[in-house]
Design a protein around this ligand. Structure first.
Ligand code: FDP
Length: 346
């Protein structure tokens, strides 16, 4: 059962209050990580506002690239990227950032102070869905700086996911929700637009141990190897006494992940003959969601390895991803460990 907080008119737990109270459990905390989370919550509110009026902005845009105010319209994912960079670069808490939208590391500009954390993020995941009004999301991951200089370096970014100190996502759906973990459980906050605050709505989220949903893009089936085909057939209840999972695939990772986190199940983006390393990004998508799902009692793997144990070698590295209820991810591991099959040629 989903644990949901009911607020009264006079008593609410804002994200700020929650973070402060969590910080009290750590007497050694300097408040810097809390600062990163507040700034991200502000960026999320700004992006939510843009996402909400995305259709309107298109309609009101006078020419192809200009809106009625004569401002150049930007693609929403580029805008979301800029909003996050500008909300985060001056607080003195980060030493560098990396975004799915940018090829290299984003340095902290002078004269701003550099801090001890690195932020990695996907500013607007699933953005191909914006035009059709499907939920999209922001995903973020925070790691501690390990190099000595003032600025963050590639080495700081390429840390295995188990070293994350915080991770979260924002879903811009029928309501806007921010879900995060700092390693003390997973907590969800819903944006109350009337007061512009994220309020604690889903404390201590736990993913059901076995699944309800299967989220996978079946159109790649002919490109999967035989073991992947086999486990997907099992999930669909074919040639097995197992009850079939309910197939639900939005094609927007945050939306698919969020539904399965609350309802149980598995999201899979396997490698295939055309994308032999899968599609999703290890640092901006798989790692933060893996930290969250493990904190909620679930699991995440690339089919062989625990996602959080993979040592990244590139900033934009891709990975196959199986993520969700622990028993479903375990079944994937067991099935894919069967003798290797060759991929069907593309
Ligand atoms: P999108 O291309 O729309 O940005 O990582 C990107 C992503 O969406 C995920 O959000 C989504 O789960 C996946 O790609 C969908 O890919 P397919 O269309 O290949 O299923």
């Amino acid at each position: 059962m989903i644990n949901v907080v009911k607020h009264t008119a006079t008593s609410v737990v804002t994200i700020e209050r929650f973070i402060i109270e969590e910080e009290r459990n750590h007497p050694e905390a300097t408040g810097e990580l809390s600062g990163v989370l507040y700034d991200l919550a502000l960026a999320a509110k700004m992006i939510a506002n843009k996402v909400r009026s995305a259709g309107l902005a298109d309609i009101l845009g006078a020419t192809e690239n200009e809106n009625v105010q004569g401002e150049t319209q930007q693609k929403l994912d580029i805008l979301a990227n800029e909003i996050i960079v500008k909300a985060m670069d001056h607080g003195g808490r980060l030493c560098a950032m990396a975004s799915e939208e940018e090829p290299g590391i984003i340095q902290i500009p002078e004269p701003f102070k550099c801090g001890k954390y690195c932020l990695l993020f996907d500013p607007l995941d699933g953005s191909s869905n914006i035009d059709v009004n499907v939920p999209v999301g922001t995903i973020f991951s925070v790691v501690r700086k390990i190099t000595r200089g003032r600025q963050g370096e590639l080495e700081d970014m390429l840390q295995p996911g188990r070293r994350q100190v915080a991770a979260g996502y924002v879903i811009y759906g029928s309501s806007t929700m921010l879900v995060y973990t700092t390693g003390q459980g997973v907590h969800g906050f819903t944006l109350d637009p009337s007061i512009g605050e994220f309020l604690l709505s889903h404390p201590n989220i736990r993913i059901p141990d076995s699944g309800r949903y299967l989220s996978v893009n079946d159109s790649y089936e002919q490109l999967w190897d035989d073991n992947v085909k086999r486990v997907m057939r099992t999930f669909r209840g074919i040639d097995t006494p197992r009850k079939a999972l309910n197939t639900r695939y939005v094609g927007s990772l945050v939306a698919d992940f969020h539904r399965n986190l609350l309802g149980g199940g598995i999201f899979a983006y396997p490698a295939n003959a055309k994308s032999t390393r899968g599609k999703l990004r290890l640092l901006y998508e798989a790692n933060p969601l893996a930290f969250i799902v493990e904190q909620a009692g679930g699991a995440a793997s690339d089919g062989v390895n625990r996602i959080l144990d993979v040592t990244p070698t590139e900033l934009h590295q891709r990975t196959p991803l199986y993520i969700g209820s622990a028993s479903e991810v375990e079944l994937v591991g067991k099935t894919l460990a069967a003798p290797a099959q060759t991929l069907v040629p593309a």
